[in-house]
Write a protein that binds this ligand. Sequence first.
Ligand SMILES: Cc1cc2nc3c(=O)[nH]c(=O)nc-3n(C[C@H](O)[C@H](O)[C@H](O)COP(=O)(O)O)c2cc1C
Length: 217
Amino acid sequence: MNHSSEKNLREARREYKGEALRKQSMADDPISEFADWLELAEHYHPLDSTAMVLATATPDGQPSARTVLLKHFDQHGLCWYSNSGSEKGAHLAVNPRAALHFYWSAMSRQIRVSGRVEKLPRAIAEEYFHSRPEGSRYSAVASRQSSVVNTREQLETEVENLKRRFSDGNLPCPDDWCGYCLRPDRFEFWQGRENRLHDRIVYIDGDDGWQKQRLAP
Ligand SMILES: Cc1cc2nc3c(=O)[nH]c(=O)nc-3n(C[C@H](O)[C@H](O)[C@H](O)COP(=O)(O)O)c2cc1C
């Protein structure tokens, strides 16, 4: 280990002073509660309020996490779009259990969600693909996400080739373009509080619907 680059972060701390979370005043279903939190996050975090960390794992338990953007949600789950040939796509194909994580620092709040991931119907994935800005569509087709590329120029050349080939802008949606939806069975809402005595309210999907519990911070 190179000790000259060692950095001591023990004094890097802040105080969290959010308002109390009360189990009784939180919605009966976590999606409604989530919708309220996201609305507030859009106000406090106008950039990337919908960014969420997606954690997947290989069947033998090696986890991996990366950010994706939430594109829509409803009572059934939280959805994003990606490439099924990517690392996360390969994980989800054999191990559909995954977790999502939001952290909104200005609100001192985090949300953890876990459940099973399903692919959205192809028609929905295609519809979303065609709604994306033109530049993003070319990039998505040119990039076999998570595969090794020798140079950046290789990608740029591929984009230029596609622009020539599909000069009318009618770029077909690639086969590996994919929508995913995590169907939650656990939601945790975390509010940072003074002196690290934080509030945590967890919702667990049980036989009688969602059950709420408070967890120690
Ligand atoms: C703010 C932000 C948003 C992102 N949104 C997406 C997304 O919606 N879909 C996606 O496939 N990758 C998205 N990425 C890129 C992923 O984090 C990641 O690099 C890529 O999906 C490859 O991951 P993998 O190799 O683990 O499959 C985003 C990255 C950032 C930083």
